[in-house]
Ligand binder design. Structure first.
Ligand SMILES: *[C@@H]1O[C@H](CO)[C@@H](O)[C@H](O)[C@H]1NC(C)=O
Ligand SMILES: *[C@@H]1O[C@H](CO)[C@@H](O)[C@H](O)[C@H]1NC(C)=O
Ligand SMILES: *[C@@H]1O[C@H](CO)[C@@H](O)[C@H](O)[C@H]1NC(C)=O
Ligand SMILES: *[C@@H]1O[C@H](CO)[C@@H](O)[C@H](O)[C@H]1NC(C)=O
Length: 343
């Protein structure tokens, strides 16, 4: 008898551990409602795996699902009905499917009031979806066909910190103050590989990481970063920037740490902010570098080794410009924290 009891209590303990503090009844309901097309791990019942199954539609998702994996299928419709019991979803991945604007059933997104992350990259959307949950923290919409950001679509979305729109068809007039209104907590904005010919307008002052690689940007207005005091990581690789389009002090930003300007048409080294740590200038048209001209601090400050205003540059790429070696001595004198320079 005591042996039996022991086995029974061990079973109960195991059950409790396996259900991740989910009440046992919920655990049972969750496992029993697992769609036959999907995998609901018994030791991780809040996750439902329906990825890579050739699915054409979303199966009925069980009620206690927090993490839903639907990537790599042939799904055309984000069905409100299929998701109607799964009201607690935190994380939905529908990357690599065939969802069009018309496939977003009205209210389907709004029926996930606790959603934190939505992955909808590699679908067929032409517009940023309306009715996004206000709870969202991360939204990935890369490699769709998006050319429109409807006015007010982000209104009230102050939790959103990451917005990934790379690889779409956005032109200058699509990214404006009106279209981005509401993103007051945005940290990372990725607009790489779109069709921008000028710097996007309307970015919120919270923007810290701005990725604009692979557009057709020719210049930067001299006051552009006045409204973006937090920018620390700025990537503008593979654009059409020339020194004529880049005002001398435009990158003199107090919080900048990383600046990537590879594959542009620069003929001179732009201003290097004192705090900048990583600078990519490879594959431009820079023929020579004068260390004293590009040094952001005075010779006196450089003499004092402990001076806190010592330039912070640690990594510099200049290859693909045709600058003949050796590295000018005055570059090393100025940037004494430099650990790596590629020429
Ligand atoms: C929702 O839950 C109810 C009650 O368990 C069940 O009858 C119904 O089929 C479920 N609907 C979906 C779409 O999962
Ligand atoms: C760069 O910015 C700093 C801090 O705002 C300022 O003191 C300095 O004069 C600026 N340098 C140039 C060359 O504009
Ligand atoms: C760098 O520029 C300064 C100031 O314009 C000039 O005096 C100096 O000769 C230049 N250095 C080299 C190596 O050309
Ligand atoms: C750094 O050097 C500058 C220029 O010589 C000087 O004005 C400043 O007081 C120095 N700062 C420190 C902390 O030594």
């Amino acid at each position: 008898m005591s042996l039996l009891l022991g086995v029974f209590s061990a079973f109960c303990l195991l059950g409790a551990a396996l259900s991740q503090d989910m009440p046992y009844e919920d655990y049972l309901a969750q496992i029993q409602a697992c769609p036959s097309e999907c995998h609901c791990p018994r030791n991780f019942p809040s996750s439902v795996y329906c990825d890579n199954k050739g699915l054409k539609r979303i199966p009925k998702i069980p009620p206690h699902t927090l993490y839903l994996y639907l990537q790599n299928n042939l799904i055309e419709v984000l069905s409100k009905e299929a998701l109607s019991n799964a009201t607690k979803l935190r994380w939905v991945n529908v990357n690599r499917n065939r969802i069009t604007d018309g496939g977003l059933e009205e209210g389907a997104l709004g029926a996930m009031p606790q959603l934190l992350q939505l992955y909808m990259s590699d679908n067929l959307l032409t517009s940023v979806p309306v009715g996004l949950p206000r709870s969202l923290e991360q939204l990935q919409l890369s490699r769709n066909r998006i050319s429109k950001i409807p006015a007010g679509v982000f209104s009230g979305m102050d939790q959103l910190s990451l917005l990934d729109l790379q690889g779409n068809k956005l032109m200058d007039d699509a990214v404006t103050e009106v279209s981005l209104k509401g993103l007051s907590g945005l940290v990372q904005m990725n607009l790489a590989k779109n069709q921008l010919s000028s710097m996007p307008t309307g970015l919120p002052p919270s923007t810290t990481q701005l990725f604009l690689d692979g557009n057709n940007i020719e210049g930067i207005p001299s006051e552009y970063f006045k409204g973006l005091p937090k920018v620390a990581f700025l990537r503008l690789n593979r654009n059409k920037l020339s020194n004529g389009g880049v005002p001398r002090n435009v990158f003199n930003l107090s919080n900048i740490l990383e600046l990537q300007l590879s594959h542009n048409q620069l003929t001179e080294v732009p201003f290097i902010a004192q705090g900048l740590e990583h600078l990519h200038l490879d594959h431009n048209r820079i023929k020579s570098v004068n260390g004293s001209n590009i040094c952001p601090v005075s010779a006196e400050a450089l003499e004092d080794y402990a001076n806190e205003s010592t330039p912070k540059l640690r990594y510099l790429r200049l290859d693909g410009n045709g600058i003949p070696p050796p590295i000018p001595r005055d570059v090393v004198t100025c940037f004494r924290l430099l650990r790596s320079i590629v020429i």
